[in-house]
Design a protein around this ligand. Structure first.
Ligand SMILES: Cc1cc2nc3c(=O)[nH]c(=O)nc-3n(C[C@H](O)[C@H](O)[C@H](O)COP(=O)(O)OP(=O)(O)OC[C@H]3O[C@@H](n4cnc5c(N)ncnc54)[C@H](O)[C@@H]3O)c2cc1C
Length: 400
């Protein structure tokens, strides 16, 4: 009897799962459902070359449009799943259609966290989708001004892209350094220098109190009364995982991290239901505890791993997180879980934006960060997984 696998969310996690099901010989129906109007696409260029106009939209597709049907994957774009019943194994679509599944993957990703003060204010944007880029790109012209709230990965990348376009850029951050969720302060400081030397007016310790459209632009006021004005504002203060379907169906949600709890096989608390990508909160088999990673490679690897689980291959998901960021022509790579309290060893020069840093916690290699050193970080990623008790000298010796 033919089985049906339904995948909710046609981002990289969902798309990778669908492709892995087919390459793994799944004989049944595979239905990939996404609420965006576009076929699956790569999100990382949204803040980089798609925003700057250097890359056209067709170039960021994960596969050419026809590839999905050629693979026997039923891609349903512009379709929202509104309900999940794990007892009768059915999902309901926005138009009322009921779709029965044998196995289900929730790959619903996340959406930009909102600033309540910004709701409904004209010329204030967030960035998650192709449609968001279209709206924001129209506003970024040479000589126009942009204020970015939040100096995380997306805010910092948009600031760099906007400087490349020739905009005047201000960036406000609540913490005392940029990229604070990605890098410990001593390395994040490199990015303070990088942005300031590229002309970004950067302010730390800022809590935004209000945003208001006035004659000259959007007026942003912080809790101490400081004011900034810009033609356009981007709010980039993180994402909220899309857990509504899972919550409504009674699946376990991590109270602290907010994602759908999965086990090492990416299975949720409901039989036959898996979760992967930004929405999944998975066990960290290297360090213990649970993590919810919000990066491309993890979403891709988890989607494929969940599909492998659906195919009956019981392999624990133990991949070390990996992410990158491109700003001002410099590529940052991060593997593992760097923390401010780790022992850090650096090879290279922070001032010259060319270095590799490795992080030890209790004599265990837990992370590596490289600026313009992708090969080093790739090698270190392997060591974190396979040989974590190497010393910093031994790591650097292996990097060559
Ligand atoms: C601007 C930007 C730049 C980035 N740059 C980098 C980078 O340089 N490096 C890096 O490592 N990571 C980067 N990331 C992060 C990376 O893109 C994400 O981690 C990754 O896309 C997550 O994939 P996902 O499939 O889990 O979720 P998503 O990509 O969020 O996909 C989930 C999809 O499911 C849809 N969906 C949700 N609910 C439903 C429903 N009920 N019914 C139907 N569809 C639904 C959503 O609309 C969405 O299309 C970037 C992200 C953004 C936004």
């Amino acid at each position: 009897m033919s089985t049906t696998t339904v995948i909710v969310g046609a981002g990289i996690a969902g798309a990778s799962a669908a492709l892995r099901l087919r390459s793994g010989g799944c004989p049944g129906r595979v239905v990939l459902i996404g609420d965006e109007p576009h076929p699956p696409y790569r999100r990382p260029p949204l803040s980089k070359d798609l925003l700057s106009g250097k890359t056209p939209e067709e170039r960021i597709r994960i596969r050419p449009q026809e590839a999905w049907s050629q693979q026997g994957i039923e891609l349903r774009t512009g379709t929202r799943v509104v309900a999940l019943d794990v007892e009768s194994r059915k999902v309901e679509l926005a138009d009322g259609e009921q779709l029965a599944y044998d196995q289900l993957l929730l790959a619903t990703g996340g959406r930009p966290r909102e600033l309540p003060q910004a709701r409904g204010v004209p010329d204030v944007f967030t960035l998650r989708t192709i449609n968001d880029v279209s709206a924001l790109r129209d506003k970024l012209r040479p000589g126009s001004s942009l204020l970015v709230v939040g100096a995380g990965l997306i805010g910092a990348e948009v600031a760099a892209t906007a400087r490349g376009i020739g905009c005047a850029v201000m960036m406000l951050e609540a913490e005392q350094c940029p990229l604070s969720r990605l890098l410990p302060p001593q390395l994040a400081e490199v990015y303070t220098e990088l942005h300031r030397s590229n002309g970004v007016d950067l302010h730390y310790g800022v809590q935004v109190a209000s945003l208001e459209r006035v004659d000259l632009g959007v007026l942003v006021t912080d809790t101490t009364g400081r004011k900034w004005i810009a033609d356009t504002v981007l709010v980039a203060v993180g994402i909220a995982p899309n857990t509504e379907l899972a919550e409504q169906a009674g699946l376990e949600i991590d109270a602290e991290l907010g994602g759908i709890v999965v086990d090492e096989y990416l299975q949720t608390s409901a039989p036959g239901v898996f979760a992967a990508g930004d929405v999944a909160c998975a066990p960290n088999l290297h360090l213990g505890g649970r993590h919810r990673v919000e990066h491309w490679t993890s979403a891709q690897e988890q989607g494929a791993a969940a599909a492998a689980g659906m195919l009956g291959e019981r392999t624990s998901f133990d991949k070390v997180p990996w992410c990158w960021s491109d700003q001002y022509g410099k590529s940052l790579h991060v593997a593992g879980w760097p923390a401010a309290t780790d022992q850090v060893s650096v090879r290279g020069s922070l001032e010259d934006y060319e270095f590799t840093a490795v992080f030890h916690r209790d004599d265990r290699l837990v992370a590596a960060v490289g600026l313009n050193r992708p090969k080093d970080v790739r090698t270190a990623r392997k060591l974190i997984a396979e040989q974590p008790h190497v010393t910093a000298d031994e790591v650097f010796a292996q990097l060559g």
